[in-house]
Design a protein around this ligand. Sequence first.
Ligand code: C2E
Ligand code: MG
Ligand code: MG
Length: 766
Amino acid sequence: MNRRESESNLLIRIKALEEQLQEANELKELKALHLANSEERFALAMRSASDGLWDWDLKTDYVYYSPCWKTMLGYEEHELEDNLNTWSTLTHPDDVENALAEVEDYLIGKLNVFEFELRMRHKNGGYLFIRSRAFKVVCEATGEPLRLVGTHVNITEQKQAEIFNRKHAEVLEMIAKGHPAPQIYDAIALLYESRNPGMRCSMLELRGDTLVHGSAPSLPKQYCDDINGIKYGPNVGSCGTATYTGKRVISVNIETDPKWVEFKDYALPHGMRCCWSEPILSSSGKVLGAFGMYHDYPSSPNENELQDLISAARLSGIIMEREKNLKKIRDLAFKDTLTGLSSRAQFYLTLEKLTARRSHLQNNFSILYLDLDNFKHINDSMGHDAGDMLLQAYADRLRSLCQDPDLVGRLSGDEFCIIVDTSQNSISAETFAKQCLQLMSSPIEIRERRIIPSCSIGIAHYPEHGDCSKALLKAADTALYRAKDLGKNRYTVYNSRLTQKVEYKFKVEHYLKQAINDDELTLAYQPQLDLVSEKVVGVEALLRWHHPVLGQVSPVEFVKTAERIGRIYQVTEWVLTTACNQLVEWDKSNSGPEKIAVNISSILFQNSKIVPLVTKIIDETGLQPNRLELEITENAIQTSKSGLETLKELKSLGVMLAIDDFGTGYSSFSSLRQLEFDILKLDKSFVDEILQDKKAELLIRSIIIMSHDLGTTVVAEGVEKRAQANLLHELGCDMVQGYLYSKAIKSDYIPNFIAETNNKVPNWEI
Ligand code: C2E
Ligand code: MG
Ligand code: MG
């Protein structure tokens, strides 16, 4: 072999050697790879015999799934193909993308370890929580990832317990913190859904015979809407039946269950296939609703699921019952139980919100403070039940006037308040008040008795009359006070002068209490004369009050005040005692009149205390009862049956009864029909007209004739002119009283007056 030949052989050998070497290297690498593969699998297999192994060839997407991996998901070895598609179809759709992103990050080295939790669907339809861990196998030469080898561990139980405990604690915290019920219902549904992957829960509330949507955070809105408002019954799906029977209903297959015939078309399109429903019961066993659990495959609950269904219903029951109790409490606080209108507290809250909100805006509104006229009469004469019925009827009328029932409140007994939005409403508060007065005064039938009620209204405008709720209410109340004062059955709009008047009134109240306690009231006596003989036959005792600051206060004013502040009984007791004692005193010197008249406030006829009082005074003074005349205005007997009874009892004591101010009340003639009065006192307003108005003369003539027919004596009040006395004499009037003869005078002057008058020759005999 020559040198050239040997050189070329050498080259060939070197090349061959090089090729062998390369082959050997590749083989080594492959061997290494193989070794790594089985070592890894072995190592992984050793870690947990129950873990599922997987080995993903990143180039071909061939994936080796160990038998354990497949059985974990409920499959036989041959049932699943060894490719990536198997994994992606079994993984929860929400987790696929995240898992692949995690793989990507791990493969490119962004993450050092691959560990990921995902949900995979079990063959039975439910989902398992899986912890996936993996190692990448890389090409030694290039560093390129070739395979991903990993394990699947079923962590469902641990995961569910973890989530369940956390969510359970959250629900308890929500209950403790008083979160709104719908939020808690949702949390309960999600709590049980978390423990049972794939399950969807619902909670329906039973109201009367109707099922109302309570919560279903994972169910489609369409389904909830379709079910909301259905009536319960023996064949109304699972929940409708469970609420109806009060028993658990397990519908294994919605499609074939006869109870679902009419409702399955609501559920099937949304994939719901089975429904288990547990009635929600109160602590006393009353059905409050139903808790439902849905799966999108036909199934009956296993032991755990059944326990969950029972405890979900129990937990919902606690909230539902608490909610019902809270509602009751809220209603009690915010709704007036008698009328269903806003309670005082609620109304104040609404008003407060309005004044706070509107102070930034231009919008105005008014409040109407409304008080029923003479409500106390009705209550006292017809009983509290009748009073309540009247208040309810009133409330209904007010509700019909106002669009928003929250804006009408009952503040107390017979006091109501309405907020009128004058910015949106085309009508003014005054027009609204007129409508109120009109509506309120239409007759109401209560216990077969026709009542013509009326009310008085005080109006205050916001912000003119008060820029906060308190000031506004005070202004409206002041205006109401004025409306009452002006004669009731009317409205008054607030103005600042009214405040002064009210303040004056409060002052009067205060001073009057002092005067009553300190015995500062006095009596004056106005003579009453027989019109034929023109001799004094009686005197009317009239209250007088002179106050150092207020001066002379009219009894018209302070008697009303005494009534309002609840001192009228005390005052009347004093008047009766003083007047009767006075007559007895005059008798001693034989210088007084035959009889004495005392005014009795109508308010005293609302209870029967007046009868024992009169009895006591007659007994104590020894006065002959027929020498005492009690003057009563018509309204004392108008509405009150018990008032009429009281009058009869008084009459049976033997005292004289006079109807005072005859002609000024509403039912003068019916008063006469109802009771035999001894005396009829023609009001001064008639006497004032007698000379100018022929009709008044005619009327008086008729009243006198009629009274005489009834055996009643007629006294004309307020006779100031001789011509009036003459005409009255001519018309046959029996007695007179008036400034023509005398004003009310001190008791000391009465004997003289009587002596002088009774010695005179009557005017018509001159
Ligand atoms: P009344 O019972 O109708 O008394 C008649 C009133 O008319 C008295 O006014 C009397 O002074 C007044 N009067 C009498 N003659 C004339 C006259 O010719 N011209 C004018 N202009 N007035 C005349 P007074 O004393 O101011 O009493 C007013 C009302 O106050 C009484 O009306 C009565 O309703 C009430 N009142 C007075 N005292 C008492 C009382 O002791 N108890 C109760 N409940 N009310 C009383
Ligand atoms: Mg009188
Ligand atoms: Mg009178």
